[in-house]
Design a protein around this ligand. Structure first.
Ligand SMILES: Nc1ncnc2c1ncn2[C@@H]1O[C@H](COP(=O)(O)OP(=O)(O)OP(=O)(O)O)[C@@H](O)[C@H]1O
Length: 297
């Protein structure tokens, strides 16, 4: 990797207390994301993807706690931030979008007024200027007739349009890092493709770093620049999307990639099932990293 990463995570351990001692749910992971690149985090349910994302925003809830490690975003030490600094950080340095846009929206307020609130939180704009800024943001995320759409309530918009509103809200503070946790999973495939196109162009234009969490390996292979595969709280393998999907090396990644169905695969090809066996981890403690394997000239 060259250039300064927008996001740098080192030896992050996130744990929860149990009667028999702390249980590490995220177990010493490290990764970087460069501006303008999309890092996909894939892995089965419970592997620690969402806790990693929540930790980047420091939005994890007690009793879950960050036990050790460091998180640096746009040069700032996220784990050392005061509450006031953290409030500024969320939105201006890092923003997050979720699967269900309604979880980020107030059902009884127009969408424009809600995004205007976010705009005014990050700037000193007056009401009229904030409205103009929202209309510009709406146009930037592909909401046509933004002046009319400003006055709609969430229930008057489709799921795809609402996800665009939430993306506009996330963009309102010009973050260096955008985290999407299953943000396109609930959309139909056509809408999903248009929202992914939008996210890709925003990442390029604004040179944001993006962390993209998904169960959908086909989407990850198309959309992400880099992939890290998580299993039981650890990163087992990382590489470019092409390296991971054409040359998976860890048995867990091989199982994941082998379970992908494609339209051109022979009908009689057996579908690999995943042996979700924790012993897979004992084989490799450090992640298999394609960048250090000499595979890249
Ligand atoms: N508040 C909590 N208390 C105890 N355990 C938790 C808590 N939150 C998460 N966990 C556990 O931490 C592990 C990682 O959870 P996480 O939500 O990060 O998984 P995930 O990979 O995002 O899964 P999914 O894809 O289903 O969202 C899981 O075993 C989960 O049960």
């Amino acid at each position: 990797m060259t250039g300064n990463p927008a996001v740098s995570v080192r030896d992050l351990v996130v744990s929860v207390p149990t009667r028999t001692g702390a249980r590490d749910l995220v177990d010493g992971i490290s990764f970087d994301v460069l501006p303008g690149r999309v890092l996909g985090i894939v892995g089965e349910s419970g592997s620690g993807k969402s806790l990693t994302a929540l930790s980047l925003m420091r939005l994890h809830r007690a009793p879950v706690a960050i036990r050790s490690g460091s998180i640096t975003v746009a040069g700032d030490d996220v784990l050392a931030m005061s509450r006031a600094r953290l409030n500024r950080y969320r939105g201006t340095s890092a923003a997050m979008i979720y699967q269900n846009p309604m979880s980020s929206l107030n059902p009884v307020m127009t969408v424009g007024a809600q995004v205007a609130e976010a705009v005014r939180l990050h700037s000193k704009l007056g009401r009229a200027a904030a409205r103009t800024a929202v209309e510009e943001l709406f146009a930037a995320v592909g909401i046509d007739r933004p002046a009319e759409r400003y006055d709609l309530y969430p229930f008057e918009m489709s799921g795809g349009m609402l996800q665009r509103v939430v993306i506009a809200m996330a963009m309102s503070g010009s973050p260096s890092l955008l985290i999407a946790d299953e943000a396109t999973t609930a959309l139909d495939v056509t809408t999903q493709a248009t929202v992914l196109d939008l996210l890709r162009s925003l990442v390029g234009e604004r040179q944001m770093a993006m962390v993209f969490i998904t169960h959908d390996l086909a989407v990850a292979s198309e959309f992400c620049d880099d992939i890290q595969v998580m299993f039981a709280g650890r990163i087992v393998e990382r590489g470019t999307a092409e390296e991971i999907f054409t040359n998976p090396l860890h048995p867990y990644t091989q199982g994941l990639v082998g379970s992908l169905c494609t339209l051109d695969m022979p009908l009689d090809r057996p579908i690999t099932t995943m042996p979700a066996d924790i012993r897979l981890l004992s084989e490799t403690v450090a992640p298999i990293d394609h960048a250090t394997l000499g595979a890249r000239a």
